[in-house]
Unconditional design. Structure first.
Length: 265
């Protein structure tokens, strides 16, 4: 029995040597097949006569692919901006009603105040300031600045008004609007050198003109004259402005305007 087993091993050995001599690649391949049958976790790629072996890793369950987030929405188009301004206040009749509307509508505005009225109506001046509106300077007595020297404009009209506002609020306005919009060019240069910002308007509602200041006419001027970064001129001296103001705000909101104060332009 031992002789037969030995003879069988000898013949197998001779066969392997022969195959290796005749076709060494084929013999090596036969050996690899036997090896892979014993170790099924090995995998083979063939590239011509080259044989490469790597360990076949057991694949883990694929993670569930997360949905791709959609592209972010483009940033919203900036709203158009508009500044409502009110001259010649404060007073105890029209100004509080204007402030009530602005408060209810959450609209900021700019009030170009007269120094003489600031001194006369301190509580109303404080209310304008504490409700978040911007106070600016419209002179003390509403003269035509074109008839005054630069020194008179500053010493008699602008400085006393801003000092009166500062005494009540702690804020010293350096933004001014000349009464009637009247200001010589040399006065413009002089005031700018002194640090003043001069703000007139770009949309006149004519609410100051009793011949054409019905609430319907005021609203119509807003409809036809509105534009981005507009400065709207209105006043604290007439009931038609108060009648028109809620509709003005509604129209401008529907047109996607953001209400700002003039220092934000």
């Amino acid at each position: 029995m031992e002789r037969k087993r030995g003879t069988g091993l000898l013949l197998a050995l001779i066969l392997i040597i022969y195959l290796s001599a005749v076709n060494p690649t084929q013999a090596a391949q036969l050996y690899l097949y036997e090896l892979f049958q014993s170790y099924p976790n090995l995998h083979v790629w063939k590239e011509g006569t080259i044989v490469r072996t790597v360990k076949l890793e057991l694949k883990e369950p694929e993670e569930q692919k997360q949905p791709i987030d959609p592209a972010p929405d483009p940033p919203p188009t900036p709203k158009r901006r508009i500044a409502l301004t009110f001259d010649d206040g404060p007073d105890l009749i029209n100004t509080p009603r204007i402030l009530d509307i602005l408060r209810d509508e959450q609209v900021p505005a700019t009030f170009f105040v007269l120094g003489a009225k600031v001194e006369r109506y301190p509580d109303m001046t404080r209310r304008i300031f504490h409700e978040g509106h911007l106070i600016a300077n419209h002179s003390r007595t509403h003269p035509d600045f074109a008839q005054l020297s630069n020194e008179e404009i500053l010493a008699l009209e602008l400085e006393p008004t801003s000092e009166a506002v500062e005494k009540l609020t702690g804020y010293y306005p350096m933004i001014m609007r000349p009464p009637y919009g009247s200001l010589r060019q040399d006065s413009v240069a002089f005031l700018r050198e002194q640090g003043w910002q001069i703000v007139r308007w770009s949309l006149d509602t004519f609410d100051w003109d009793s011949t054409r200041n019905s609430s319907e006419e005021i609203v119509e001027r807003i409809k036809t004259g509105h534009h981005n970064n507009a400065v709207v001129l209105m006043h604290c001296n007439g009931p038609t402005t108060i009648q028109a103001l809620p509709e003005i705000i509604s129209i401008l909101r529907s047109l996607d305007y953001q209400f700002i104060t003039v220092n934000q332009l």
